[in-house]
Ligand binder design. Structure first.
Ligand code: ADP
Ligand code: MG
Ligand code: ZN
Length: 501
């Protein structure tokens, strides 16, 4: 049993100590095939169905580098303002663990493909922090182990373990920051904002699906403290596999309060890996950290070095998309959003959806109204993220077009959206299936108007006396009579014409 750690109050921590951070992000590339073999690179699947002699490390098998992965690595390096190596190699990182069938990981060690870059990160209040990048290197993922029979899913107490090598050999890029200093009390926020900005960048590059919940983007957070005025870094801990943005922030904050309590009590920090515990936001001790010597790194003899030509690097630079921060600025201007409005859209995860809806023909204002009102509500009641709603931006644009052409009223349009979300088909199909058709036929509307006026004889007089608002009652009756399928604006016009003449 581990004792409950003592924590120092956060305000006191930042008064007495300066935090130092270092973030390591692993990103799984969404290439078609694995890093060194032709196996399909997909998430999940029946265990051990995407394997071959190479990714199982069988004797006699030989690796071949995935060219597309190298291309992605270079594009990531360029987007992070890195230098790209003229020549680099893979190395073997030796360790024994059952989820790694070769007993070494093919990785890059002292010769990374990209190095010395930076990423500018915008904090919530608009302040920009430059995070320097030490290196981005290529490696391969491990398999997965599943410990069965215990209460915790950990190996302790388990009856047996199962191994799935589908993930073994999936291309990974590890992006390592230089130490991040001087962020003070904002260290947890900076850590979250960095991972968030990096995620946006990788998404824009279209090199990974960056799903933290599925492990395709994973962050290890190194944290140490130095007493105010000290000149040497303190000992760091490395909290592993923190799998949401919120957890990154919580993990850093927790480590700061835990380490501060130990240091203030005269203790010292053990250099170790720790595990973030989602349930209570704490970190728990993992293994004592290996040092580089323990891994017995040596150059991989089965792979040729990689020497990307400068022409190729420049060609790839030409494929870089508009950077997310630049794009956000442009969108803010084009859609005429205040800082707060833009932030709301970002928090809602609506920017890309709205942009795609605009690309499909809607105006920014129309698209925004749909996503932040109707659809955000639907996402809320269905308890999913906005982008997980089963409706595409093109379909939303289609509904908007149906409203604009007068074929649907706003009210019916919402029902059509619900129909699409409920799997009834495309907007057109829902309109047909549900028999929605705006009654545009003036003679049908006039018949309903006459009937309503006859039933409420005092209203015509009121309207003639200039109390135009009284028409509302007739509009209501007509809408009822047409089951909501009339265009309220047209009905109002017709009433005024009818009564006024
Ligand atoms: P390891 O292989 O031990 O994980 P890496 O070089 O891959 O080492 O990553 C270490 C990370 O920790 C880097 O981001 C580095 O900047 C950071 N780091 C190094 N020393 C400290 C420290 N004293 N406090 C906080 N972060 C540190
Ligand atoms: Mg590392
Ligand atoms: Zn394979």
């Amino acid at each position: 049993m581990t004792a409950v750690a003592e924590l120092m109050d956060y305000a006191e921590v930042v008064e007495r100590f300066d935090p130092v951070l270092g973030l390591e992000v692993h990103v799984e590339l969404s290439t078609n095939t694995k890093m060194f073999c032709g196996c399909e690179n997909v998430f999940g699947g029946e265990p051990n169905t995407h394997t071959c002699p190479t990714c199982l490390g069988l004797p006699g098998s030989l690796p071949v580098v995935n060219g597309k992965a190298v291309e992605s690595a270079i594009r990531i390096g360029l987007a992070l303002n890195c230098e790209i190596a003229e020549w680099c190699r893979f190395a073997r990182k030796n360790y024994f663990y059952p989820d790694m069938p070769k007993n070494f990981q093919t990785s890059q060690y002292d010769e990374p493909i990209a190095f010395n870059g930076y990423l500018d990160v915008t904090l919530d209040d608009g302040e920009i922090v430059r995070v320097e990048i030490e290196r981005a290197h290529m490696e391969e993922d491990t398999g997965k182990s599943l410990h069965v029979g215990g209460a915790t899913g950990r190996i302790h107490g388990a009856e047996h373990s199962l191994l799935d090598y589908n993930r073994a050999g999936v291309p990974l890029i590890e992006i390592v920051t230089k130490t991040i200093e001087g962020t003070g009390e904002r260290a947890p926020e900076v850590a979250r904002a960095y991972v968030s900005a990096l995620r946006d960048l990788l998404k824009a590059l279209d090199v990974s699906d960056v799903r933290m919940d599925q492990g395709s983007l994973r962050c290890d957070a190194n944290v140490s403290l130095m007493a105010k005025g000290a000149t040497e870094f303190g000992t760091r801990t490395e909290t592993k596999n923190v799998n949401s943005l919120r957890s990154v922030e919580r993990a850093v904050r927790y480590e700061m309060t835990r380490q501060a309590a130990i240091l203030a009590g005269g203790g010292s920090i053990k250099q170790e890996t720790r595990h973030f515990q989602e349930a209570d936001g704490s970190t728990a001790s993992g293994r004592t950290k290996e040092t580089a010597e323990d891994y017995r790194y040596f150059p991989e003899p089965d792979l040729v070095p990689i020497a990307p030509s400068r022409e190729w690097v420049e060609e790839l630079r030409g494929t870089l998309p508009e950077m997310p921060a630049v794009r956000r600025k442009r969108i803010q201007q084009e859609w005429q959003l205040s800082d707060a409005e833009l932030r709301d859209l970002l928090n809602l995860g609506a920017v890309d959806l709205i942009a795609a809806t605009v690309d499909a023909g809607a105006t920014p204002a129309e698209a925004r109204a749909w996503w932040v009102a109707t659809l955000a509500q639907e996402a809320n009641t269905r308890e999913v993220e906005l982008d997980a709603l089963p409706i595409t931006p093109a379909q939303v644009a289609e509904i908007i077009a149906l409203v604009n052409s007068g074929e649907l009223t706003n009210k019916l349009a919402k029902q059509v959206a619900t129909g699409v979300l409920d799997g009834e088909g495309s907007p057109r199909e829902v309109v047909e299936k549900r028999g929605f058709k705006v009654v545009n036929d003036d003679s049908a509307l006039l018949a309903a108007i006459d009937e309503a006026l006859a039933a409420q004889p005092d209203i015509a007089g009121k309207i003639r006396d200039g109390k135009v608002a009284a028409a509302g009652a007739i509009v209501g009756s007509v809408m009822k009579a047409t089951k909501g399928q009339a265009d309220a604006k047209r009905v109002r016009e017709l009433i005024i014409e009818r009564v006024g003449s």
